[in-house]
Design a protein around this ligand. Structure first.
Ligand code: PMT
Length: 406
């Protein structure tokens, strides 16, 4: 089941950024119910959020005149409180924070806040002096002492002309905090994920190697998300500079040959395999044991192909779900589809690696999922953490579809 987010939008110039937040949350797999205060509706229309979420936006505590269903509308805040996993308020104005802090219930959002028992994330946005005022800071401390997460506002030029703290945090940053809080989702309980991440290094001599720009961020995000969602995770990792994700069994390797051996050793234990590693395609078969000296004017390398681990897994996967990646600089979807067919994968995650801020060594990615069912799903630009969550959502759906059709 997707994470169910109740998003309260307060009245401030940053309300327009809440639309971006909705996109980031939904692309991370969340279902979002928007609740707007009266003043928020002066900055952005409910229609914008209705279009983005596909749901009616809640704008008032009571049904408008003429609505017959007055009893159910008067307890709507209780239903919304019960049916959502997390309450997010962005922008959280000084006034809203004061009302939350003092337990006032004057409209739908403040009433929902009191009725809600789950985790609360607040993204304050206001003028610098209002933010720094002792009243706001005291309210903030009270709200933090209740265990609420405050996503601190950033520093910079504000709509009022001042420069200083008060700008609402970026929607992507808020979305990450929210999505990573989905601790209750355990839909990978009982699964063992065999994951590969990072680059491989193919030795040319004891001091030199061939490698690529993979940082391991995509694979580690998948490992962390899968472990959070209840899976046992075996992460076969090439050399990267990332700390091991919590609760993940790490197997460190260097070369493609070592990665192959580690993957085959753990194949039997796995139920799902994801190959996000950037494996070198060629290597020097017998690298010299001593450092190669710079003597000749030119040096040629006679490289031979490394083992194609994904293709071998495609032959040996049995009933396991096999997900490959395709790192491309053009024809991404066609290449991903070709790799899916030739390597017998169930899904291939295609990404372009020649776009600034995406692919290798970036915090964000934009991918297309090409699936055995014929379906193609585009996941728009989002953090690798959010992309990882969506890939896991889609692979679970894919497995159901494959079972149903077999
Ligand atoms: O690590 P990051 O910095 O976060 O970057 C993420 C990423 C760009 C590395 C990742 O998103 C990605 O695209 N990983 C796959 C990189 C790759 O090697 O793509 P490919 O199209 O060359 O290979 C296709 C598939 O075959 C991959 O699943 C790869 O793991 C696998 N392969 C490739 C060669 C080989 N000898 N054995 C393999 O198993």
């Amino acid at each position: 089941m997707p994470m169910r987010v109740a998003l309260g939008v307060g009245g401030g110039i940053a309300a327009y950024k809440a639309a971006e937040l909705v996109r980031a949350l939904t692309s991370g797999g969340a279902a979002v119910q928007v609740v707007m205060t009266d003043s928020a509706q002066r900055f952005i229309t409910p229609l914008t959020f209705a279009a983005l979420t596909g749901r009616k936006v809640i704008t008032s505590l009571f049904s408008s005149a003429g609505d017959e269903d007055t009893l159910s509308s008067s307890i709507e805040h209780i239903r919304v409180a019960q049916e959502h996993d997390i309450l997010v308020v962005a922008p959280a104005t000084a006034d809203l924070m004061a009302q939350f802090s003092h337990g006032l219930a004057r409209d739908f959002l403040t009433t929902l806040y009191l009725a809600f028992t789950g985790p609360v994330v607040l993204a304050p946005a206001m003028n610098t002096n209002m933010w720094l005022h002792p009243a706001t800071q005291d309210n903030c401390k009270v709200l933090e002492s209740r265990g609420h997460i405050i996503v601190s506002p950033g520093d910079g030029p504000l709509a009022c002309g001042m420069v200083g703290p008060g700008r609402m945090a970026e929607p992507m940053q808020i979305a990450e905090v929210v999505l990573s809080h989905n601790a209750s989702k355990k839909d990978l309980d009982g699964e063992t994920l065999l994951l590969t991440a990072g680059p491989t290094r193919e030795a040319l001599d004891p001091v030199r190697f061939i490698s690529n720009h993979s940082s391991g961020k995509m694979g580690y995000a998948l490992a962390a998300a899968a472990a959070r969602r209840g899976a046992r995770v075996i992460l076969v990792s090439g050399p990267v500079k990332l700390p091991p994700p919590d609760g993940v069994q790490i197997v460190q390797v260097e070369s493609a040959a070592q990665m192959r051996a580690a993957v085959l050793q753990h194949l039997d234990a796995s139920t799902i395999i994801i190959k996000s590693a950037a494996v070198a395609d060629y290597h020097l078969e017998n690298p010299p044991k001593q450092k190669v000296k710079k003597t000749a004017a030119r040096l040629s390398l006679d490289l031979t192909p490394t083992p194609d681990i994904l293709a071998e897994l495609g032959r040996k996967k049995g009933g396991r779900l096999l997900i490959g990646f395709a790192a491309e600089t053009s024809n991404m979807v066609a290449e991903a589809r070709r790799k899916m067919e030739t390597k017998n994968c169930d899904m291939v995650v295609g990404n372009l690696v020649n776009q600034a801020g995406l692919g290798f060594d970036s915090d964000e990615n934009e991918v297309t999922l090409v699936m055995r069912t014929g379906e193609t799903v585009q996941l728009p630009r989002a953090s690798k953490r959010a992309i990882a969550e969506s890939i896991l959502d889609h692979l679970l759906k894919l497995r159901l579809a494959l079972y149903a059709s077999s």
